[in-house]
Design a protein around this ligand. Structure first.
Ligand code: MG
Length: 452
């Protein structure tokens, strides 16, 4: 049973729970686990990230690790560096969490987040304080400081049709959330010949412009900008640059399910064989794309790390999540917001159509997503009732229980009920080509849960 790590790294309130002492001990535990090998370390732009960054570096050095410092960088850029140099990684970030929070993500040498079993090993070392410290004279006397920003940007450009994008001279509105992607994405887009108008594009841990989570309520400035001025597309990122949200040329928010489907369709029509991987909560437009291109869709529980792992295990071509997260396994073993933006521009340039037109070409699915607070004492009873009712659903094709209860019907409609592991909350999602069916499915289960 893990006590520290969540689905990907540790996240806590900085300097209250996640203190420099705790960060050093965690890094020392990780350094012990990897027997003092080489580690690439980076951080986001939070106010306390530098404090934790040096605490982590101290712990790693104490364990005899060689450290390469990247300074402020996006999580995917660090993951890219790990893979390129075959080194472990440590990233100080709380991603999209509120400003008071911070966290640490450890990476494998492939750049993928640390496997669960390894998290547990690190945790065991941490709690049992079984640290291996090297003699003082064996500590690396100086860390290597590397700036990988331009190498990473150039590597992204190599993966798209840069010439086609440059010819279009797209006018792009970009909101970097005052996070680490401020140092990367505006420059990438400029290199791709875009006229970039940026918002919140200087690193600032006070997050003066908006909350770092790229959800519609936090993107109203970006949306207003696009509505008042001609842009080909808008992009918004989270605090550490692994997620990307797309805004249409008319200022409409594009749900993550649709932006990932556009990119999935583009990649699936290329010749590289292999499945697509995604979570139980993502649109079944992907299933249609997979059918058309003779591929499989690997379904995982919710979480970007499990999707990345599935891609590695199955030789997948693309991984994605309903929140707009996209994983390009031939580049980074994790979500990559900057690469996702480049891929969207690539397909806009190649197809020569506005984004809204491209989105209309996707098979029409209607989605309802809702959440409901529950009485934690009734959780078991609700679980049983949901399970029983789902089992009795007519015309069902398949029930998936890897994360919550998902029933897929013969007509392709589906319903998903997921209980939060951390809050007294249940999420009810449905998707169907028939709007009424999706609405009715959600209503039926909301009524059932409320009635218990
Ligand atoms: Mg993030």
């Amino acid at each position: 049973m893990r006590k520290l790590f969540g689905t990907f790294g540790i996240r806590r309130v900085a300097n209250e729970v996640l203190t420099p002492e705790m960060a050093t001990k965690l890094a020392l535990s990780f350094g012990t686990f990897i027997s003092g090998e080489e580690v690439v370390v980076g951080r986001d732009s939070r106010k306390h990230s530098e404090m934790l960054y040096y605490a982590v570096i101290s712990g790693l050095l104490s364990a005899g690790c060689s450290v390469t410092e990247l300074g402020v960088t996006a999580t995917p850029a660090l993951q890219w560096a790990c893979r390129r140099w075959n080194q472990w990684g440590a990233m100080i970030t709380a991603s999209h969490n509120p400003p008071q929070w911070n966290g640490i993500k450890f990476m494998e040498k492939t750049g993928k987040g640390l496997d669960r079993e390894k998290d547990e090993e690190v945790e065991k070392i941490y709690f049992e304080e079984q640290f291996t410290r090297v003699p003082g004279m064996k500590i690396q006397s100086e860390t290597k400081k590397r700036d990988i920003r331009w190498d990473y940007i150039e590597a992204i450009i190599q993966k798209v049709d840069a010439q086609a994008i440059r010819e279009k001279k797209f006018r792009v509105a970009l909101d970097c959330a005052n996070g680490a992607p401020s140092l990367i994405t505006p420059y990438l887009l400029s290199e791709l010949g875009c006229q970039v108008v940026s918002l919140n594009a200087h690193p600032d841990g006070n997050f003066p412009g908006r909350n770092p989570e790229p959800v519609p309520e936090n993107l109203q400035d970006l949306i207003a900008l696009i509505k008042n001025s001609p842009f080909a597309v808008g992009f918004a990122q989270d605090g550490d640059g692994d997620r990307l949200i797309v805004i249409k040329e008319n200022g409409e928010f594009v749900p993550g399910d649709l932006s990932v489907s556009l990119v999935a369709r583009e990649l699936a029509h290329r010749e590289t064989p292999g499945p697509i991987a995604t979570t139980v909560a993502t649109t079944h437009i992907l299933q249609e794309i997979a059918r058309e291109t003779n591929r499989e869709v690997i379904i995982t529980e919710v979480g970007d790390l499990v999707v990345a792992k599935a891609l590695q295990e199955h030789g997948g071509i693309f991984g994605c999540e309903e929140n707009g997260g996209m994983i390009f396994p031939d580049f980074v073993w994790g979500r990559d917001g900057a690469m996702a933006a480049a891929q969207i521009l690539h397909l806009m340039a190649r197809e020569g159509k506005p984004l809204s037109e491209l989105l209309k070409e996707l098979p029409p699915y209607y989605q309802v997503k809702t959440r409901l607070e529950i009485d934690p004492h009734k959780r078991e009873k609700i679980l049983q009732e949901v399970e029983r009712t789902i089992a009795e659903e007519k015309n069902q094709k398949e029930i998936i229980t890897i994360d919550g209860y998902k029933v897929i019907f013969e007509d392709g409609s589906w319903l998903l009920i997921r209980f939060s592991g951390t809050e007294p909350l249940v999420r009810v999602f449905a998707e169907s080509k028939d709007k009424e069916k999706a609405e009715n499915l959600v209503k039926k289960y909301l009524d059932l849960i409320k009635g218990i």
